[in-house]
Design a protein around this ligand. Structure first.
Ligand code: 5AD
Length: 349
């Protein structure tokens, strides 16, 4: 089977269906080699700060959805966020990722002032993951110094997206269009999808990977879907439909490897959800088949438990220091090194 950047959607789909161990070895190897050649052997660390778990949306998969009365809601203050940023500097991370539910209680100007402080007082790159915000908000945060924005589009299958991600009154959610807006504002942009949502089939996942290529994202985050019992999708089995994608670690490795092949320059994290599905090897396997980024959670532990997107979030109780120590060992084993500096996206000539 062909393995190159211009592989067709049908060929991507063939790879997703392939469970031959020897074939898959060639896939892991090709992705690892592309990673090595194009983005190098440095693994970049991004400290994740989950600043608020309030959310106005009703996503069928996510524990932060507004209807979920089972979680305690919190919002961090500026001093708490700055303490996390300083911790990231002390841990030698090059980036902080400020993430939250779609929370309009996070005031636009207030967040701009926090971004300005981080940029003025530290050398950190700032990545935002604040959901589908207005052009004005996104522009103000960019002007305040934010460098990057993460917004997974979850699936490129319009019918599935409508089912899992209800629109807000009066506005059609189009995350791919919003990612283009983010890029036009000068952000490095990050797309991504979940793997194995009920109703997601092989063709649709193969198309998602082709969308990564078409949109040429700077960052691409993928991870297995994890059923959350406090959400509408928590009760459904994984296997509805004949062509259902299963939410396994191996399927996630395939997606990571194929993504590396079609988007050679992208920064691709070994995500938390993958570590939940395979606690011992998820992260290291991802780094061995195309991923080059780790996002340790540096949210204060009392809040971290409450950021319950799905059950058993990895490192939920672990300190960032313990996390880092484990990761450093794994990185050395792979013949990689810990990245220094911000780990910005590279541009290919
Ligand atoms: N399982 C796996 N990933 C999830 N996310 C949200 N809910 C789940 C879940 N139940 C992912 C989505 C979202 C990101 C912040 O977390 O892809 O964009």
């Amino acid at each position: 089977m062909r393995i190159d950047r211009d592989i067709s959607v049908a060929e991507i789909e063939d790879w997703l269906r392939d469970d031959d161990a020897a074939h898959l070895e060639t896939l892991w190897h090709a992705a690892d080699e592309t990673r090595h050649k194009i983005v190098g052997d440095a693994v970049h660390f991004r400290g994740l700060i989950e600043i608020s778990n309030y959310c106005v949306r009703s996503c069928a998969y996510c524990g932060l959805r507004r209807e979920n009365a089972k979680i305690d809601r919190y919002r961090m203050n500026a001093e708490e966020i700055m303490r996390c940023a300083y911790r990231a500097v002390a841990m030698r991370y090059g980036t902080v990722v400020i993430q939250s539910g779609e929370d309009y209680g996070v005031d636009c100007e207030w967040l701009a002032s926090v971004i300005e402080r981080i940029k003025a007082e530290t050398p950190l790159a700032v990545t935002l993951g604040m959901g589908e915000r207005s052009f004005e908000e996104l522009r103000m945060w960019r002007e305040a110094g934010a460098d990057r924005y993460l917004l997974r589009f979850e699936t490129s299958d319009v019918r599935l997206y409508e089912k899992i991600h209800p629109d807000m009154a009066g506005t059609k959610s189009d995350r791919i269009a919003l990612l283009r807006v983010l890029r036009s504002l000068g952000y490095e942009t990050g797309g991504g999808v979940m793997i194995g949502m009920p109703g997601q089939n092989y063709t649709s996942l193969a198309r998602d990977i082709a969308v990564f290529r078409r949109e040429d994202f700077d960052m691409i985050g993928v991870g297995p879907f994890i059923a959350n019992p406090d959400t509408p999708l928590g009760l459904q089995g994984e296997t509805d439909g004949v062509d259902q994608i299963r939410a396994t670690d191996v399927m996630a490795y395939k997606v990571i490897a194929l993504t590396r092949l079609v988007c050679p320059r992208a920064n691709i994290p070994a995500t938390t959800a993958l570590s939940v599905v395979n606690t011992t090897e998820g992260r290291v396997n991802a780094l061995a088949c195309g991923a080059n980024v780790i996002m340790p959670n540096i949210t204060p532990v009392e809040y971290r438990k409450k950021y319950a997107i799905y059950p058993n979030k990895a490192c939920a109780e672990e300190t960032a220091e313990v996390c880092a120590e484990k990761s450093h060992l794994q990185i050395a084993t792979l013949g990689c090194s810990v990245g220094t500096g911000r780990g910005d996206a590279i541009r290919l000539a």
